[in-house]
Design a protein around this ligand. Structure first.
Ligand SMILES: [Zn+2]
Length: 246
């Protein structure tokens, strides 16, 4: 049961027929893990906290640097040197005191994910390297927890959801394999803040859609921010996939 305060606070999203009171109750009962508190994780976490996600778990081993501030919108100059997980958690708790936030200033390695993913409703991959993406994909697939993955570099971005509650869901490795693909790092190639912010915002959007019962898996969305055009590719499970194939 939502309180009168909650009905008022979340009224603008509850007004949406696809959201409604039932959607708000589902959102409030959900537990979302966000791996990576950078350019994707900042907007994703802020929107999910604002929307009233009941529990948000933040994981990131890094500290805030001056070169983060052009795109990692939750941080201020006074946060430089602070662990990102804790600095972002502080922002989320200031935004919404009615939710629970846990901060883990460490890497989400395979063992940690295996221990902490069970019981989550959903995970967001907001990391910036292939090895982390591969580990998160494997862990979510194994635990049967939906995964919303995004990446952005230069003026390009990509977004996909994998609903591992469904036995026929494709996975991240169906698209990209599990080999050690060379990472394209924004520290070398560059990134524009609004581009990565758009992708992180859309991760939160897909998360809210999934938490309110919509089907969001099975499509890869590719953004070309130079021309502001999107391409969508239908994803199919690869029977020979090294992670989810047989
Ligand atoms: Zn796969």
């Amino acid at each position: 049961m939502l309180s009168d305060d909650a009905l008022l606070r979340y009224s603008r999203q509850i007004l949406l027929p696809s959201f409604d009171v039932e959607g708000q109750e589902n959102v409030a009962a959900s537990r979302v893990m966000i791996v990576g508190a950078g350019g994707l994780g900042c907007p994703a976490a802020l929107y999910l906290a604002g929307a009233g996600v009941g529990e948000i778990v933040l994981v990131d081993p890094d500290t805030v640097e001056a070169s983060n501030l052009h795109r990692q919108v939750a941080y201020r100059e006074s946060d430089i040197g602070q662990p990102k997980a804790q600095a972002l958690a502080a922002q989320l708790m200031a935004l919404n005191s009615g939710i629970r936030v846990a901060a883990w200033p460490r890497a989400a390695d395979a063992n940690w994910l295996a221990e902490h993913l069970p019981g989550m409703t959903l995970a967001l991959d907001c990391t910036d390297n292939f090895a982390s993406r591969d580990q998160i994909n494997r862990a979510c697939h194994r635990a049967g927890i939906p995964l919303i993955s995004a990446a952005a570099i230069r003026l390009e971005g990509q977004l996909a959801a994998f609903d591992f509650r469904r036995p026929d869901s494709p996975c991240y490795a169906c698209i990209y394999g599990d080999g050690a693909a060379p990472d394209t790092l924004c520290s070398e190639s560059g990134i524009l803040g609004p581009v990565v912010g758009t992708l992180g915002t859309l991760q939160a959007h897909l998360a809210l859609r999934l938490l309110t019962g919509a089907e969001v898996g099975g499509t890869l969305h590719l953004l070309d921010a130079t021309t502001l055009t999107w391409r969508t590719l239908s994803l199919k499970r690869d029977p020979a996939c090294p992670v989810c194939g047989h």
